[in-house]
Every structure is written in C-alpha cells, then in structure tokens.
Design a binder for this molecule. Structure first.
Ligand SMILES: NC(=O)c1ccc[n+]([C@@H]2O[C@H](COP(=O)([O-])OP(=O)(O)OC[C@H]3O[C@@H](n4cnc5c(N)ncnc54)[C@H](O)[C@@H]3O)[C@@H](O)[C@H]2O)c1
Length: 344
C-alpha cells in the first residue's frame, strides 16, 4: 500500500479536525504542523505525531510533506498556497478559497503553473444526504431544477468563538452557495442580499443573519438564509464531550416534477436537561469509539486518494472561485443595498 506524509498549516479548529481525520487512515502520516500560535501546533502533533512549528515555510522546508492541509483564517490562504505549490506539494485548502477574486485567481494560477492538485474544502459534498440530492437532480428524478431554499443557522456561541473576524455568510453560508451551484451548474446572473442586525451585531460587529436571492441565467432561483443567532440554550450542554453542538439546517429543492427535503434539525438525536437543549452533530465530524467519522473523514480520504492516484478532486479551484464570486456579490449587495450582476 502507498503511504503519504502530510503537513498542516493553521492548526486551529478545522486544521486539527482534518489532520486527525487524515491520520486515522493507516497509510497517512503527519510529519509537521505549523501555526503562528505554536501551542496549537504542539497540541495537534501531540495527538497525531510530527514536529510543531511557528513558521510554515520552515515546516515545509524541513519536513517535506507530499501534501498539505491549509486551514488558516479566510484572508490568509494565498501565501501558504504559494509556499506549498512552489515545493510541488499537493494542496487541500479550506473554504472559502480566498476573500477576493484576485487571490482566488492567483491561487488557481499558482497551482496550475506548478502542476499541483488543489482541492477546496466543501465538506457538504461528502455529506451523504446532500450528495444524494445532487444525484437526484442530475439523474432527472425531479425534472428541471426550479429553485432551492437552504437554511443554515448556528448558535451565537459559534459567532463568539470567531470574535467578529468574519461574517456568517463567509464562514458558513458559502457552503450552501457551493451546493446550489453544484446542483444547478448554470451561470449565476445576479445576487440580492439583505442582512439583519441584532444581538451578534451589538456584541461582535458582524451581522446576525442574512437572506440571499441568487438568480441563475435560466430563471432558476436559490434562496439562502444564513446566520448565527440561535440562542445559547439551543446547544447548552457542556458534556458529554462527544456532543459537539449543531444548528438549524435544511435544504429543500423544487423541480418541475418533484421536490426534495433535507432536514438536519435535529440530526436524529437531541436532548434536554435543566441546563437547556442540546442538538449535537452526528454526521459531519462526530467521534465513535475515539475515532473520527462522518463527512470530514470521507472528504479527507477523497483528497488523499486523489493525491495517491493522480485523480481530479470533486471540488476544484474553479468551483471554489465560482462560490466565492457569489458570496462576494452577496456581501457587496448587503453593503450597497443593490442587486449585484455577475460577473463582478
Ligand atoms: N469546512 C468546514 O466545515 C469549516 C469549518 C470551520 C472552518 N472552516 C474554514 O477553515 C479555515 C480556518 O478556520 P478555523 O475555524 O479553523 O479558524 P481557527 O481560528 O480556529 O484556526 C486558524 C488557525 O490558523 C492560525 N494562523 C493564522 N495565520 C497563520 C499563519 N500565517 N501561519 C500559520 N498559522 C496561522 C491561527 O493561529 C489559528 O490557530 C477558514 O478558512 C474557515 O472558513 C471550514
């Protein structure tokens, strides 16, 4: 069996999850983790092995991984990509691939010129129910796609963890945008969006929630409601440790000959006690008998398979750019109050 050495740049929340999931595959070995906060890199290598660094250039130079996971904050993806690609390393890059189209184009160009594979981390493509919606649409089971409605609402604790660094649209809404573009691969004509400002705005300066309407060139419509203003009581329990919180999530699709309904509220398990409610994640990255399972595992397994067997990944840099453009149009619409035509 072929083996592979990987490294990670950005050992925070998502970098750690992805690296742990990867290293549970028997043919994957972590050789290095980098983070400007070296204590995070050290904590991660304690679990998965390898050396901890505060400088990713040094990690890449010393450890020479074949592939890297890049999970730095949203605006800081370009330079780690440049550093990895210039050394011929294959790249898994978290979504959104950048926060400007200039950076996204630069990332795609750098990877193309260096002939390295780039996969963007759209985990919902590896969530079985979302993928089943895509196959139902592409195989004609509901006729022609007319519209999709997606809701993704997290608790205010998620917003607090990020301390106002990013909007809910950029952090979580871009996932549903990617799904809609995957379900209906027709160019987007325009985006109109409005934001709502409440408790999160007052506390952290990012809006609480937003509504988007995406118009495709053929007249189809995507509507997305995204936010992080569910009250703390939604996911209040501190224990058990395996019950990580989840929000209120759905995806409904309307076709000319049928409808599809995805409901993740709750994800088949919930509880209440005197602390309040808990709606746990049982699908994206739960642990079972101390091993990570769920979509994150399928996602990183797919990336490693693409690296080892020179396959094209399911989510490319061009997919990453397309969802980013819609996301940026929505942020611009919120800022200006106008409908934004694409391309921007
Ligand atoms: N696919 C998903 O479901 C999902 C979920 C959460 C986050 N994300 C994405 O993952 C990325 C990281 O988000 P997060 O929530 O893990 O953030 P985080 O803040 O928990 O982790 C980011 C880490 O990067 C480190 N960092 C910052 N600049 C660095 C640099 N120059 N070199 C090395 N390390 C650096 C920070 O110290 C931090 O530890 C973002 O793009 C985010 O949108 C994806």
């Amino acid at each position: 069996m072929k083996h592979i050495n990987i490294g990670v740049i950005g050992s925070g929340f998502m970098g750690a999850l992805l690296t742990k999931a990867a290293c549970e595959l028997p043919y994957v070995n972590c050789v290095g983790a980098a983070d400007i906060d070296v204590s995070r890199a050290s904590k991660l290598v304690n679990d998965v092995g390898g050396q901890a660094y505060d400088d990713y250039e040094e990690m890449l130079e010393n450890e020479k991984p074949q592939a890297v996971i890049i999970a730095t904050p949203e605006p800081y993806h370009l330079e780690p990509v440049r550093a990895a690609a210039s050394r011929g390393m294959q790249i898994f890059l978290e979504k959104p691939m950048a926060t400007t189209l200039e950076d996204a184009d630069a990332i795609n160009k750098i990877c193309h010129n260096a002939n390295v594979m780039l996969m963007i981390g759209y985990i919902l493509r590896f969530e079985v129910s979302y993928a089943m919606i895509q196959s139902a649409i592409s195989e004609g089971s509901i006729g022609t796609f007319m519209s999709a409605y997606a809701r993704r609402m997290a608790t205010i604790d998620e917003a607090r963890r990020l301390e106002g660094r990013v909007s809910p649209l950029t952090y979580i809404g871009v996932h549903d945008i990617d799904q809609m573009l995957w379900y209906h691969p027709v160019p987007v004509q325009s985006v109109y969006a409005r934001a709502l400002r409440g408790r999160v705005w007052e506390e952290l300066g990012t809006y609480d929630s937003a509504w988007l309407m995406i118009e495709f060139e053929d007249g189809a419509i995507g509507v997305h409601e995204v936010g992080w203003c569910l009250p703390e009581e939604w996911a209040k329990w501190k224990t058990p440790g395996s019950w990580s919180g989840f929000g209120d999530v759905r995806m409904n699709v309307l076709g000319t000959k049928g409808n599809l309904f995805l409901e993740f509220t709750p994800m088949n398990l919930y509880g209440v006690n005197r602390e309040g409610w808990k709606m746990p994640d049982t699908r994206h990255w739960p642990t079972l008998h101390n091993k990570m399972i769920g979509a994150v595992k399928f996602e990183i397994e797919h990336f490693i398979d693409c690296v080892l067997n020179q396959k094209e990944p399911l989510v490319t840099g061009l997919d990453g750019r397309a969802s980013l453009e819609v996301m940026l149009a929505a942020e611009k619409s919120i800022a200006t109050g106008h409908k934004i035509n694409l391309p921007i």
